[in-house]
Design a protein around this ligand. Sequence first.
Ligand code: ZN
Length: 416
Amino acid sequence: MFCFVDFIAAAKVTPNPELSHQLNNLYFCNSLNYLILIQRLLKTDKLYIGNGSFLENGMLAIDNNNRILEVGENLIYNGVKVEYFEGALCPGFVNTHCHLELSHLKGKVSQKTGIHNFIVELQKIRNASEVEKLEAIQQANLEMKVAGIAAVGDISNGDSTLKTKLKSTIYYHTFVELFGFRTHHADSIFEQGQALKATFANAGIKSSMVPHSPYSVSEKLFEHIAQEKDNSPICIHNQESKAENDMFESGNGKLVEMIKNFGNDMSGFRKTGKTALESYLARLPEKAPLLLVHNTFTSIEDIDKAKSTHSNLYWCFCPKANLYIEGQLPNIPQFIEKGVKCTLGTDSLASNDMLSIWEEIQTIQQAYPEISMEILIQWGTLNGAEFLGIEKELGSFEHGKRAEINWIKGKALTSL
Ligand SMILES: [Zn+2]
């Protein structure tokens, strides 16, 4: 397989004890007020900072703790050899939407049949042996590491991913996903969610409780989730299909049929005459960072209304999963026109053949060549880090952040 993204700092730099005797590499850092050992000095043709900009012939100085010391164009540190990387460097990617626990379903669900058929099929084949599930989870975690992903927002319905997350060098935020359309089940579903959240939190993994989607969560369950007031990031699958809007606008359509076929009582559901997003957004906590995932059938009016309802929105695109499930991409340029914050996700291996933010970037670029690479990289790095609340550690090349660096080279350069 052609390898286009390499780790050069995070995975390969190990502190070299010999360096500590080379006093030439010690520099006084004013902002930190102590001497710092320069470990590496990197230079590349195009340095993508992660914040929507890039430097031609950019350079990075990395200290002995694998932190970024300086970003610039003509950095000189006596005694430190400049390492040149032909092509481009960018920060480690942030995958804001994944379902690691579904990794064993790779290649098993039919493509382009619509979300209602996807869900029905998923329910039938979801079960597998614990060993099979765990092996697939570990493999998927490794796949993301190799693809240059430094942090992941991961949806979980159970604790099957816990061990892998604990051992991984990738940062994980777990979104404990709740769903249930039956009002009288809302209390028990919420209690189970609290217990699962505590399992992850007690193990030291950040977690929050989130609704699966507007069409799979009762009003009462939404109310429970909205009571969580710790301002942790939350997410929801949004407008992934036309049928989702149909459900709220007319009270009919393929999703309504699916819900009824699952044996749910729809008598408590009221159509609103509005799109799905407009119908549910006010039910979610107003200040917590909220990630709307997919947005395939979101209109420009939806974006305006959402902006006026919620002050801390992020819009996540998973283009390869959209092509897999619905065979359609969101109208991405309209989100740029409206100046909203966008992020990228891979979704799960049930609806994608790989977990790579770089491949998601390529997919968007092919469909919308007018969107610049520096903007797409910002979506795949800093914006995701901001949403997860880890922007002081990851997401861009800035003094003090972890040196998680991807090297874009060879064939991949044609897309820059
Ligand atoms: Zn998803």
